[in-house]
Design a protein around this ligand. Structure first.
Ligand SMILES: Cc1cc2nc3c(=O)[nH]c(=O)nc-3n(C[C@H](O)[C@H](O)[C@H](O)COP(=O)(O)O)c2cc1C
Length: 233
């Protein structure tokens, strides 16, 4: 947590990344919220958040925002699987353990993959089914889009979260703004163990040779994002 607050909304920001670009983007957005909006934000990688999952309650936080990519066959990026496992389990519980919280997801992915946005979509659904209220529709970033379009979509989501924080209204007991099925609902179900890996899969499985030609382009995209990282983060 840091900085004086302009609202009483305490934010937990959780990220999942494989090659680092989502982490860079998450840090830039969180930095902007802290510096320009004076918001109080705690940033954790998914598996770190899983380790303190029992503390993710309205006692400590008001908003949960999630930034994540997908890998392999719509798998969780490394460092995020344990969090995904936790919310799969939480969604099964009848007592809705995330009740009293509000969330929104910013997903990173590529329509070059059939399992486009699988982890952001599953995350959004599972958070809702765990009792959290969706205060803002999920934004799905497609790295096949133009740079300007990507930046514009990220900015719009970032500003909408800040606007929600600036509003004094108590919205947590009102219905979600939409279902998780918006903007799209195609998902490939995952069966995870507590270690965060798909049951029966090894950590090294990455989706096969079909993806090899695309890796160079993705690496270039990730490099660009690193290059953009502010020195202070
Ligand atoms: C091997 C491989 C598999 C991928 N699988 C998916 C996928 O299933 N769904 C998707 O939307 N994007 C997929 N992507 C694209 C990444 O999610 C995208 O490049 C993202 O921006 C990477 O973020 P990161 O650097 O934070 O991991 C894949 C990329 C690679 C290299």
């Amino acid at each position: 947590m840091c900085g004086p607050m302009n609202s009483n909304k305490r934010i937990l920001a959780v990220y999942g990344t494989e090659m680092g670009s989502t982490k860079v983007e998450a840090k830039k957005i969180v930095g902007s919220w802290e510096e320009k909006e004076n918001l109080a934000v705690e940033l954790l990688e998914g598996n770190e958040a899983a380790d303190v999952f029992d503390t993710i309650t309205p006692k400590k936080y008001d908003l949960l925002v999630v930034f994540t990519s997908s890998y392999g066959d719509g798998d969780a990026p490394s460092g995020y699987g344990k969090f995904l496992y936790k919310i799969y389990e939480a969604a099964k519980e009848g007592n809705k353990p995330l009740s009293g919280l509000e969330h929104s997801v910013l997903g990173f992915g590529s329509t070059a993959y059939e399992t486009f946005q699988n982890i952001p979509r599953l995350t959004d659904r599972l958070l809702g089914h765990s009792g959290s209220r969706r205060f803002l529709k999920r934004t799905e970033i497609d790295e096949m889009d133009d740079f300007e379009e990507i930046e514009g979509n990220i900015r719009a989501w970032r500003e909408s979260v800040a606007k929600h924080c600036a509003e004094a209204k108590d919205t947590v007991s009102t219905p979600s703004v939409c279902e998780w099925t918006e903007p799209k609902s195609d998902v490939y179900e995952k069966t995870l163990g507590a270690d965060g890996y798909e049951v029966g899969a090894r950590p090294s499985q990455m989706g096969g040779l079909a993806f090899v030609p695309i890796i160079g382009a993705v690496a270039a995209f990730a490099y660009y994002r690193f290059y953009q990282e502010p020195e202070s983060t």
